[in-house]
Design a protein around this ligand. Structure first.
Ligand code: RIB
Ligand code: CA
Length: 311
């Protein structure tokens, strides 16, 4: 039995963040969870993170972090996730508040105490950028950063994906940091959607938690389908950043250079992925995930749901 990969989750729950936490709790060793404003204000994402950790029986330390981006004005995503950030189910109240309110110090201390861990950000990259700026030694102490963000097209704009668009300065600092990066962009995450059949698989996976999580997916998918032409359900974006580490066999990928645009009128927050076949292209800094075996990945998600312990 190989040892579980050690991860520190940085998230903005968020419906898909919730499933990322559940999968990480089952298949990784979660050394800690930090929260950031993004899908909803920090107070909401932190409360939601605690609720999900309760549902999956995780005692991982929870620390809240940045309530706003480095430079950009804070903008949330109630149009997709609802006012709470995780609408759609009658969820239990959180068992307790966060264990701390300084995610950046917690990230630095946890990495220094556990060299080799992976940082897994599934929201705006503000906390990660602040930690790397305050402690540049982290780059050589972590195994890498598995990011949900960016892609070959956008969702918040035609070119920018929400997590990167929220805090482009933070994203640029992370992609330029020299750390090993695995990127789950939209061109990948749109391959794994919560269609009705899969939602029923989640509902049936656990007597207590299954119906709650199915309710979250129904809400998330209803919002996505109301805003898109041809979606069969909501993409489970953030889970990909965890599965990339716990189940790498489910993916294909390519190493290339990724930069974050900060200044374009139409392209601020765009991840510029260098797909050229020229010898002169910039040295690769990112493993860009290209395809996922969605059915196999969803079976892993259902397995993780079945292991939730909330009775
Ligand atoms: O664009 C998708 C990303 O934005 C996901 O992380 C989702 O949770 C939202 O934060
Ligand atoms: Ca997220």
């Amino acid at each position: 039995m190989t040892a579980k990969i050690k991860v520190l989750m940085d998230c903005d729950p968020g419906h898909d963040d919730a499933f990322a936490l559940i999968v990480a709790a089952k298949f990784a060793e979660v050394l800690g969870v930090t929260t950031v404003a993004g899908n909803a204000p920090l107070s909401h994402t932190t409360k939601n993170a605690r609720i999900i950790l309760d549902l999956c029986g995780s005692n991982a330390p929870l620390h809240s972090g940045a309530s706003r981006p480095l430079v950009a004005e804070p903008i949330h995503a109630a149009y997709i996730h609802g006012e709470s950030g995780m609408d759609g189910a009658n969820l239990p109240e959180p068992s307790r508040p966060a264990d701390g309110t300084n995610a950046v110090y917690f990230i630095i201390d946890t990495v220094r105490a556990n060299p080799g861990l992976w940082l897994v950000p599934t929201g705006p990259l503000t906390n990660i950028a602040l930690a790397l700026r305050a402690a540049p030694d982290l780059v050589d102490k972590i195994s890498g950063i598995s990011i949900m963000g960016g892609g070959r097209f956008g969702n918040r704009t035609a070119t920018a994906e929400f997590n990167i668009w929220c805090d482009p300065e933070a994203a640029a600092a992370v992609f330029d940091s020299g750390a090993k990066i695995i990127m789950s962009g939209l061109h990948l995450t749109h391959q794994i959607m919560a269609n009705p059949k899969r939602i029923e698989m989640v509902r049936a996976a656990h007597a207590i938690v299954g119906p709650m999580l199915a309710g979250l997916l129904e809400f998330f998918s209803k919002m996505y389908k109301s805003l898109h032409d041809d979606f069969e359900g909501a993409p489970l974006h953030d889970v990909c950043a965890v599965l990339a580490l716990t189940h790498p066999q489910l993916f294909t990928s390519k190493e290339t250079h990724v930069a974050v645009e900060l200044d374009g009128s139409h392209t601020r927050g765009m991840t510029v992925i260098d797909d050229r076949h020229v010898k002169s292209r910039t040295k690769a800094n990112t493993q860009v995930l290209e395809t996922i075996d969605a059915d196999a990945a969803f079976a892993v998600i259902v397995d993780a749901v079945s292991s939730c312990v909330k009775s």
